[in-house]
Design a protein around this ligand. Structure first.
Ligand SMILES: [Zn+2]
Ligand SMILES: [Zn+2]
Length: 637
């Protein structure tokens, strides 16, 4: 029998006989790993475990732990779901069933209208298929044969897909009596899917085109253990409870209206959060030597041509005409900010020049990706542009890293840093890129700050450092960014006068800390499930008189609190005290002050803390002092 040389994942070289599959190879070398293996990657190409190696193949193993593994696992689960649906509703025609970032879906065309009540029966059928541990068998067919096969099964959508394929040969996968057109790879058998759940339904046009038939999409998720599935389902429930769109509505913070899809409306209570966030931001920036500007939202076409946005960013921009001239609504603040820099001469003595702008930008996003405050069409960037001499880069970047960290710690977020290097479509020479990238690395290494490198993920004008916040559900949010830019100063011919009286080009740095104010408010709402830290809560105290005759006393307390800059509401409703407390709890108000005959005669109030209950009696002086301190220290709940 002919033998083949194969290089294993651990660099070990072995010879195998020609009949061996990848699975055989793995099992002979590491039986534990063979159990975990879902597929293999050979020279960058994903293959089934049942495939056979070629001479000198280097084998890498794909397990559920990796994104590639999850992708294959989810996709295989979608085949199982489709098999179950087809068994239960034999008239079903199959469209497509890909893996998505979290789970999978399949689009079906059937007379039956699915409801969540169908999930149980489908899941039961899926369990049977999993229990049978059916192998996923790959077959290669001539395209014509495949068309014949799906014709017999009435699979009109598969035939449409097949007819468009350029290849003469196609692969199909079969488990049991179920057949699907598929490029693969797949997991070896259905028994690998240890835990799964169907999650939701949606309508979806065939090929996303509204002129086509509306199909029924079922979403699901699967895992390699029951425990992982349970954790995931708990996480989803918690995320639903914390959803900023729901909390924003319940607490009357903001809304979205038909008349401006993707453009958020901030309500009075939402504005309090926003204004406090901006004040905090301004105070800190003043302390750190920033000056603030405000540039126009609409600017002439010529500026956007010069900045490159007209050529590289047009599909995300909005346009208008003024006096027959073309204008664009700004998608970024840089070009406007640069005009301010260019408005007068600068000396080296002014550098680094730190110019901040809370700039309202508009970017066109497809309606399908809009998501509450997280993904909108207009938002305020907490932008700043820093103009400096090349020798100042390291120092400036280090100060910035510290400032960003201070903001995140104030809200209790953990974060990590990523450094992105030169992308393929980069502007500028390799030498400049190397210099820029090294100065960012230097700034990090020098302070011993750990970071992850994203090769080729930088902006087209320069390398960048990104800050990724981790929320209480373990989700990551990229908020802050520090981007070095040698290109725009060149494009816009920026300069300063050096000590010798000559013109010299500054380096420019673009940076944000919160990213988008709107999105950051959304993140805060979810992080605290609406129970914001007292310093930024729209209402800090609610006064709860026990009976109507105590309202007068409440008005006096209201005055005292307002005079101490405490945001207060008096609940004068004719309700039982229990109901008033419940209402204040629902509205996530940090403190409740309860008072009746006894408190009034003792000149005291009874303090309750949201989510914590009764804290006991206190004088107003003590309460005001304690709350003021809590606000000053920006204590977290
Ligand atoms: Zn498939
Ligand atoms: Zn910028």
């Amino acid at each position: 029998m002919k033998e083949k040389n194969v290089v294993l994942w651990n660099e070990k070289k072995i010879t195998v006989d020609s009949e061996s599959t990848f699975y055989d190879v793995i099992k002979a070398n590491d039986s534990k790993l063979a159990k975990k293996a879902l597929a293999v990657k050979v020279n960058g190409q994903k293959k089934d475990l049942s495939d056979k190696p070629n001479e000198n193949d280097k084998v890498e193993i794909i397990t559920f732990e990796t994104n590639e593994g999850k992708d294959i696992f989810f996709h295989s689960s979608s085949h199982i779901m489709a098999q179950a649906v087809h068994t239960l509703f034999p008239d079903t025609k199959l469209a497509i069933g890909p893996a998505i970032e979290e789970g999978f879906y399949y689009d079906f065309d059937t007379e039956h209208t699915f409801t969540p009540d169908d999930f149980k029966a489908i899941e039961k059928k899926m369990k049977e298929i999993v229990r049978k541990n059916l192998p996923f068998q790959k077959k290669t067919l001539k395209k014509e044969e495949a068309i014949d096969l799906f014709q017999k099964r009435g699979e009109i959508y598969k035939i449409e897909l097949l007819k468009e394929l350029p290849d003469d040969e196609v692969t199909i996968y079969q488990q049991g009596d179920f057949i699907d057109l598929c490029r693969g790879p797949h997991i070896p058998s259905t028994g690998k899917i240890k835990a799964f759940k169907l999650l939701s339904l949606a309508g979806a046009y065939w090929r996303g085109n509204e002129k086509n038939k509306m199909l029924q999409r079922i979403y699901g998720i699967s895992f390699d253990s029951r425990e992982s599935l349970d954790n995931y389902l708990r996480m989803i429930e918690e995320a639903k409870r914390r959803d900023h769109r729901k909390i924003g509505k319940d607490l009357d913070l903001f809304s979205f209206q038909e008349e401006g899809i993707g453009f958020p409306f901030f309500h009075p209570k939402g504005m309090i959060i926003r204004n406090l966030l901006e004040s905090f931001w301004r105070e800190e920036h003043l302390k750190h030597g920033y000056q603030e500007i405000k540039t126009p939202i609409i600017l002439n076409k010529s500026l956007w041509i010069k900045s490159g946005h007209w050529d590289h960013y047009k599909e995300n921009m909005y346009f208008t005409k003024i006096d027959d001239q073309d204008f664009a609504v700004k998608p970024m603040n840089c070009p406007g900010g640069i005009l301010v820099y260019k408005n007068r001469l600068h000396s080296y003595k002014e550098l680094p020049l730190r110019i901040a702008e809370l700039g309202l930008v508009h970017r066109h996003e497809l309606s399908g990706v809009l998501h509450g405050l997280f993904r909108v069409r207009s938002f305020t960037q907490d932008d700043a542009h820093i103009y400096m001499r090349p020798s100042q880069i390291k120092d400036e970047v280090q100060q910035l890293i510290a400032l960003e960290g201070y903001f995140y710690k104030t809200f209790g977020f953990d974060y990590h840093i990523e450094l992105s290097t030169k992308p393929e479509n980069a502007m500028g020479s390799d030498k400049i890129w190397e210099k820029a990238t090294n100065s960012l690395k230097d700034a990090l290494d020098d302070k011993g700050i750990p970071y992850k490198i994203n090769e080729g993920d930088g902006a087209f004008y320069g390398p960048k450092i990104d800050f990724h916040l981790k929320d209480c559900l373990g989700r990551n949010w990229q908020c802050g960014t520090i981007q070095l830019d040698f290109q725009m100063p060149e494009l816009f011919e920026l300069y300063y006068i050096n000590p010798k009286g000559e013109k010299e080009q500054p380096v420019m740095l673009h940076r944000t800390i919160l990213g988008s104010l709107e999105r950051f408010i959304g993140i805060l709402i979810e992080q605290f499930a609406g129970s914001l830290p007292t310093w930024i809560a729209p209402v800090q105290v609610r006064l709860l008189p026990i009976a109507d005759r105590h309202i007068e006393y409440g008005k006096k307390l209201e005055k005292i609190l307002s005079e101490n800059n405490i945001r207060v509401e008096l609940d004068a409703n004719n309700e039982k005290i229990g109901a008033k407390i419940r209402d204040a709890e629902i509205h996530k108000i940090p403190y409740m002050l309860v008072f009746g005959d006894k408190e009034i005669s003792d000149n005291m109030v009874n303090v309750r803390k949201q989510g914590k209950g009764d804290l006991g009696p206190s004088t107003m002086e003590q309460f005001v002092e304690k709350l003021t301190k809590e606000v000053e220290d920006k204590l977290l709940p």
